[in-house]
Design a protein around this ligand. Structure first.
Ligand SMILES: NC(=O)c1ncn([C@@H]2O[C@H](COP(=O)(O)O)[C@@H](O)[C@H]2O)c1NC=O
Length: 514
């Protein structure tokens, strides 16, 4: 039986109707300042919390409900005669239901230019304390933290005069989920305020559900898509779907890979991705030309792929894209004419992402789940270390070749290791991804390039342990190479370059990606 309920809510949506229903069932209602006013103004009979505690709310609301008269009433076990005797002697009356939602910490920190003191004042203390007390004593107390549960609770009360133990247990579980999410956001916010790489002793992460997925990587795997709170600028989680069926698990993963690579470029660029590896990447003066070059880079692999562009898609580009089947096109915007063309196809997903080039914020984590644990590192935000660049061969690359080499290095950075990329004219010609030895990656990239590799450049994500990749490059007519350097055997590759008149530069920065 619910005889007394304590209501203390920041989000007052639906609270008047809920309280009216409780009152109609003869439940006595206690409330804190603002909630008291809202209910009282709506004609509901409410007892002010101060009349229960015998204390005024004080310290700007920092202390309202933190009192044994409240917590004794919540925590006393009704089945324990000692507890009941003690509270009777202390003049504490049981509280059977609490309806609480917390100070809007999340909404506060999501505001632009929020001051630390503002965030701090929005850390709720009394609310979580009551929520946790009530949830611990769920057998005797119903605890409602989510306004979407109001209707269900009222229905149960109407039909069986009480809330079932099963419902009370679920509501209690929800409380700990909620307070954990709330506290994790606080910890994350404060950790980011410290402003340096911070790898805490315990890693508590929190995400919010975006949607259920039809299935995971494979149809027999269940999957859900979650997003981080805040920090979603330029991320796949902020993309707006303008057309097409729901994104799949693999679509999201591939689109994420395409966006990460696209962020390396400021000039008009198109990235095509298959199975999380780039298959065609090109930069040009305009997006149409960049698309044509990305398509021609590898017209076979792009089929059924993900295309990401960093400029508006116009009708000319849309008509070109429409000639093949692609799963997703993602861009900052689409002209109306382009939308009309692209949306003729039922199966293409059209995604709009403003701020598509927004960099990953400094201090962001990159994580990989391993069985029984989690690997955490900071995001790989660099591409080459300009101070570390060394021209190691007799032949020096010219300015144009340096640009070409840097283009290829950006692409190989986002290719699964071992990876090799061959490129010319800011267009990939061959991508050799994810091989267990480097020469195989080189052979694949060169084979994709075919005749076009003559005069092209080659990038490697890590150093050459042997001169075999240079030999293969020379045979394919490659004129310049970029790689991190740092192998004990660097000299063998340098000698091989010198033998064939190839220019090679070392960047001092490796880009493994697994
Ligand atoms: N300090 C306390 O004793 C306390 N008790 C309840 N609160 C919070 O005060 C809010 C409601 O305040 P009001 O009814 O004055 O609008 C709720 O979000 C509730 O979680 C408190 N505030 C913050 O800690």
């Amino acid at each position: 039986m619910v005889k007394r309920a304590l209501i203390s809510v920041s989000d007052k949506t639906g609270i008047v109707d809920f309280a009216k229903e409780l009152q109609g069932m003869g439940v006595e209602i206690i409330s804190t300042g603002g909630t008291y006013k809202t209910l009282n103004d709506a004609g509901i009979k409410v007892i002010n919390i101060s009349d229960i505690t015998g204390f005024p709310e004080c310290l700007d609301g920092r202390v309202k409900t933190l009192h044994p008269k409240v917590h004794g009433g919540l925590l006393a076990m009704r089945s324990n005669p000692d507890h009941m005797k003690q509270i009777a002697e202390l003049g504490i009356e049981p509280i059977d239901m609490v309806i609480i939602n917390l100070y809007p910490f999340k909404q506060t920190i999501l505001k632009e230019n929020v001051e630390l003191h503002d965030a701090i004042e929005n850390i709720d203390i009394g609310g979580p304390t009551m929520l946790r007390a009530a949830a611990k004593n769920y057998q005797d107390v119903s605890v409602i933290v989510d306004p979407s549960d109001y209707i269900k609770v009222i229905e149960e009360l109407k039909s069986s005069k009480d809330v079932s133990l099963k419902t009370k247990f679920k509501l209690a579980y929800k409380v700990f989920e909620h307070t954990c999410h709330y506290d994790t956001l606080i910890a994350k916010y404060l950790r980011e305020k410290i402003g340096e790489d911070n790898f805490p002793e315990t890693m508590t992460l929190t995400f919010e559900k975006v949607q259920d997925m039809r299935y995971g990587e494979n149809p027999h795997q269940k999957a859900v898509f979650y997003k981080e709170v805040g920090a979603n600028k330029g991320c796949i989680t902020s993309a707006k779907q303008l057309h097409g069926k729901e994104l799949s698990y693999n679509n999201i993963n591939d689109a994420n890979g395409a966006l990460e690579l696209l962020k390396e470029f400021s000039e008009p660029t198109v990235v095509a991705v298959k199975h999380a590896n780039p298959c065609g990447v090109a930069s040009s003066d305009d997006i149409y030309d960049a698309y044509v070059k990305a398509y021609e880079a590898d017209p076979v692999s792009i089929f059924g792929g993900i295309i990401a562009a960093n400029r508006e898609i116009d009708i000319k580009t849309a008509e070109e894209i429409n000639k093949i089947f692609v799963e997703i096109i993602i861009a900052p915007s689409f002209t109306d004419e382009a939308m009309a063309v692209l949306s003729k196809k039922k199966n293409i997903r059209i995604m709009q992402l403003e701020n598509i080039g927004a960099p990953v914020p400094e201090g962001s984590y990159d994580m990989k789940k391993v069985a029984g644990g989690l690997l955490v590192q900071n995001v790989n935000r660099e591409c080459v270390n300009k101070e570390e660049i060394k021209f190691v061969t007799e032949k020096r690359p010219d300015e144009k070749q340096i640009e070409e080499l840097l283009f290829a290095m950006k692409v190989v950075k986002h290719t699964k290791s071992n990876g090799i990329v061959v490129a010319k004219g800011k267009q990939t010609l061959g991508v050799g991804p994810g091989q267990t030895n480097r020469i195989m990656a080189a052979k694949i990239a060169i084979e994709y390039g075919g005749e076009r590799t003559k005069g092209a450049v080659l990038a490697s994500d890590a150093f050459f342990p042997f001169p075999d990749c240079v030999e293969a490059a020379a045979a394919a007519g490659i004129k310049a190479i970029i790689q991190p350097g740092g192998s004990m055997n660097d000299q063998a590759s340098i000698d091989e370059c010198n033998k064939h008149g190839i220019a090679m530069i070392f960047t001092g920065m490796r880009h493994f990606k697994h």
